[in-house]
Design a protein around this ligand. Structure first.
Ligand code: G1P
Length: 294
């Protein structure tokens, strides 16, 4: 049995250049899917999985992310006065217990591995979760919780995986698989963003990880990799041989909200799942499509 995962790291220092100009002064993690920002989906996923400490690895201009998880007394008083309980409760849900949200600045954009390394003092010597808010996962049971269940049995590093098209391997960390029971795969190697001709498989890491604290040592040892950055994938690869490395085909559906079409898809899909919006959204989609056909 492995130790319980209590802490989650949210790397949120990225500049969001793909969504400019929308993200010129607003962190990309504040982009809303229907009415909730991406960061809140990620924090709620971790919290629903039983995680109770959250660290944001931020950069310049990311203060709104921290403000989002704080009280806003004037707004709360106004909603209370107007009796708008539903909206008030939705605001209060975004407010974790005092003393459970932390942040540190990455200072330099040296990659995902470096961002995670910045959390080393906060994490200490225990396994922990990493969630990339760009990857939004719709699931009946929180994706990170599914990884935590596997980690309890296997220990080691566990990542969420899905099979991608061969031409897309260069967008992901890819597993070199040695055993695969159709749900859980054990890896003998990992490669960050290989060209399709060099990819050991099409099994790609999506942005959910449960990591052993040994990752911090590994991160100090790895050289800069893909894109000249310190890569988390390379550090996990470095640990193979001494630390089990598993990929879980999680149950659920991922939306790549770092991509414009993926983000739009998430909005449509989440809106269609809202009973009060569904009929109108269906009609809207039909109208748009028939308008295009005319
Ligand atoms: C990061 C990781 C990559 C992983 C991906 C999942 O890449 O480096 O291994 O597959 O997230 O979204 P990024 O999308 O930040 O370039």
């Amino acid at each position: 049995m492995s130790r319980r995962v209590r802490k989650a790291v949210f790397p949120v220092a990225g500049m969001g250049t793909r969504f400019l100009p929308a993200t010129k002064t607003m962190p990309k993690e504040m982009l809303p899917v229907v009415d909730k920002p991406l960061i809140q989906y990620a924090v709620e996923e971790a919290s629903d999985a039983g995680i109770d400490h959250f660290i944001f690895i931020t950069g310049r201009g990311k203060q709104p992310l921290l403000d989002h998880f704080d009280h806003m007394p004037e707004l709360e008083a106004l909603l209370k006065e107007r009796g708008n309980v539903t909206i008030l409760n939705s605001l209060l849900r975004a407010k974790p217990q005092p003393g459970t949200i932390y942040s540190t600045r990455q200072q330099q954009p040296l990659g995902l591995g470096h961002a995670v390394w910045c959390a080393r003092a906060f994490i200490g010597d225990e396994p922990f979760a990493v969630l990339l808010p760009d990857d939004l996962v719709q699931a009946s049971s929180p994706c990170i919780g599914q990884l935590m269940d596997v980690h309890r049995e296997t220990g080691g590093n566990v990542v969420a995986v899905e099979n991608v098209a061969l031409e897309d391997t260069s967008k992901y960390g890819i597993l070199d698989v040695v055993e695969d029971d159709g749900r859980l795969a054990r890896a003998k190697g990992l490669v960050e963003k290989p060209a399709s001709s060099d990819a050991p498989s099409t099994m790609a890491i999506i942005g959910r990880y449960v990591l052993e604290p040994g990752i911090f040592d590994a991160l100090e040892r790895v050289q800069r990799g893909s894109g000249g950055e310190i890569q988390l994938t390379d550090a996990m690869n470095h640990m193979i041989g001494t630390t089990p490395m598993h990929g879980l085909r999680y149950e659920g559906r991922r939306y790549d909200c770092g991509d414009k079409v993926g983000f739009l898809e998430a909005n449509v899909s989440y809106a269609l799942r809202r009973p009060e919006m569904r009929a109108r959204v269906e009609r809207m989609l039909e109208d748009i499509l028939s308008g295009l056909r005319e």
